[in-house]
Design a protein around this ligand. Structure first.
Ligand code: FES
Length: 512
């Protein structure tokens, strides 16, 4: 065994073993959407010490980064003691400063997102939130999205996925409360795949058409049966599901936003790795899910990254290139909100046409484009910045991926409106929810056509509505009943079987 220094932490690894696997086994968070195949480039770390020379995949993906000591953890074989610096992928949650006394009765609500676990620690008698924290879902090392996780489960990996998510939630609870013994209630929300994998329910019906959950019922179990050492009487409750791609997170988001109450015509759009939409209109609650893919969250985009330190989160091309980086550090890549902003700005200045084609330098100038921006139009895309890891470029291929994603979301919105018998002009409000939706600039979302063209003032952000809904259920039994009622009332519209989906999807891909 050799010692590996990871930040302030020391872990042990075997000579000849793989660095990514060693880091994950030691609980070090590491993005690896391709599951360690050496194709996504997201498991980048800086390595100092005894390792094998770079592989071909690393030479291709890292290029000049190799000189700076960058390596792909999944391609590195440990040969001796090492120091590893985690780059953009590492995420530590911030523990609470609040004092937790021994006699407090605690509860926790966790939103099990495909990418991130978001948790709240609550003082049960008062309902006040004592701490919040988030962590990478450890299942991410088996694949970036729901589809690849389900595929892994089909290949016999269900137990790995169940263990990973339970371990991740337990670690998150320790981040929140310091220990587990005082937690008397745990409420969970998440999509249908996360729900099944959490409970260890067979996922094959979710993995193939018509993509139905094995069960949509709410489930409650003693924590002890799940191997969680919470308070001896603690119960774990997972909100009900609606359909294969409309899960407990959507039910919780509805609960938190009160979308089902009153007479307003409202559309909730939750953009995560998948897009779920709900329309409340004329006494009905209609829902659908669109396979947007992970592009809007920065995955599968050449310089894309999650919304963490180092990510460009906002772009403005008014007077040259201006951007804002999370944490005010040098830029490492672009996250979802930055990508939508950038695309929106490129459309506005005429560097991307209505079909999504990036113009060449000469063509852009001939059409009156600003000279300041023209020099950033390279052969392989638009260069936004140069960071310590090299140029940050949005390529034509990236634009296509973003178009596919926004086309799917927009088509889902249009189909709900038509099924609800209303025009977009009649919408009182569009609520953006989800990890990505909350940070998205409504103005940019409208300009790229991700949302129906309502007035800007009608778009509201709901933050992590799913987590908020989980919190409500944690402190109120009445809310639990309401959540179950919402799940029963939601009418699910399957997009895959509809003749008009393809047409609306093609229209939705274009820009106005
Ligand atoms: S390149 Fe994808 S995990 Fe290493």
């Amino acid at each position: 065994m050799v010692t590996i220094q990871v930040g302030k932490k020391k872990i042990q690894g075997a000579r000849g073993s793989n660095l990514r696997e060693t880091l994950l086994a030691a609980g070090v968070p590491l993005d690896s959407p391709c599951g360690g195949r050496g194709s996504c480039g997201k498991c980048k770390v800086r390595v100092l010490g005894e390792v094998d020379p770079p592989s071909i995949a690393e030479r291709e993906l890292l290029d000049s980064g190799l000189k700076l000591g960058l390596r792909l953890a999944c391609r590195v074989t440990i040969r001796g003691p090492l120091a590893v610096e985690l780059l953009s992928s590492a995420e530590e949650s911030a523990p609470s400063e609040e004092v937790i006394s021994r006699d407090m009765q605690l509860g926790a609500a966790v939103d099990i997102g495909t990418t991130t676990l978001a948790g709240y620690l609550v003082d049960l008698p008062s309902g006040s939130v004592l701490a919040t924290a988030s962590r990478l879902n450890p299942q991410a090392s088996y694949g970036a999205d729901v589809i690849s996780r389900l595929a892994y489960a089909q290949e016999g990996g269900s137990q790995d996925l169940t263990e990973a998510v339970r371990r991740g939630v337990a670690d998150l609870l320790v981040d929140l409360a310091g220990s587990l013994g005082q937690i008397r209630k745990l409420v969970l929300v998440g999509n249908s795949a996360m729900h099944h994998l959490w409970w260890g329910i067979e996922t094959s019906s979710l993995a193939q058409a018509p993509y139905r959950p094995a069960s949509t019922q709410p489930i409650s179990e003693p924590a002890s049966t799940l191997g969680l050492s919470l308070h001896p009487e603690a119960q774990v409750y997972f909100l009900p599901l609606v359909a294969g791609f409309v899960g407990a997170d959507t039910v919780a988001a509805l609960l938190a936003t009160g979308l089902d109450e009153g007479h307003a015509r409202r559309l909730l759009v939750d953009i995560g790795t998948n897009g779920e939409m709900v329309l409340a209109a004329n006494g009905k609650l209609l829902t659908c899910a669109a396979a947007a893919g992970p592009a809007l969250e920065g995955a599968e985009i050449s310089c894309g990254m999650r919304g963490i330190q180092g990510a460009i989160e906002a772009v403005n091309l008014d007077d040259g290139i201006n951007y804002k980086v999370i944490g005010d550090v040098e830029p490492l890549g672009i996250c979802g909100s930055g990508l939508v902003d950038l695309l929106s700005e490129l459309l506005r200045v005429g560097a991307v046409d209505h079909t999504g084609r990036l113009l060449g330098q000469a063509e852009f100038l001939a059409q009156g484009g600003a000279a300041k921006l023209a020099s950033n139009l390279l052969e392989d895309g638009f260069q936004v910045a140069v960071g310590p890891q090299g140029p940050i470029v949005l390529t034509g291929r990236d634009v296509r991926k973003l178009q596919l994603a926004k086309g799917a979301i927009r088509a889902g919105c249009e189909i709900l409106l038509s099924a609800g018998g209303i025009a977009y002009q009649e919408l009182d409000e569009i609520i953006l929810a989800g990890a990505f939706g909350s940070y998205l600039s409504p103005k940019s979302a409208l300009r790229v056509g991700l949302l129906p063209p309502v007035e800007l003032e009608r778009i509201k952000s709901a933050g992590n509505a799913a987590g908020e809904g989980g919190k409500l259920v944690l402190v109120g039994d009445q809310q639990k009943k309401r959540a179950e009622e919402i799940a029963r009332k939601l009418e699910y519209i399957e997009l895959a079987g509809r003749g008009d989906f393809q047409e609306r999807f093609m229209e939705g891909m274009l820009f106005d």
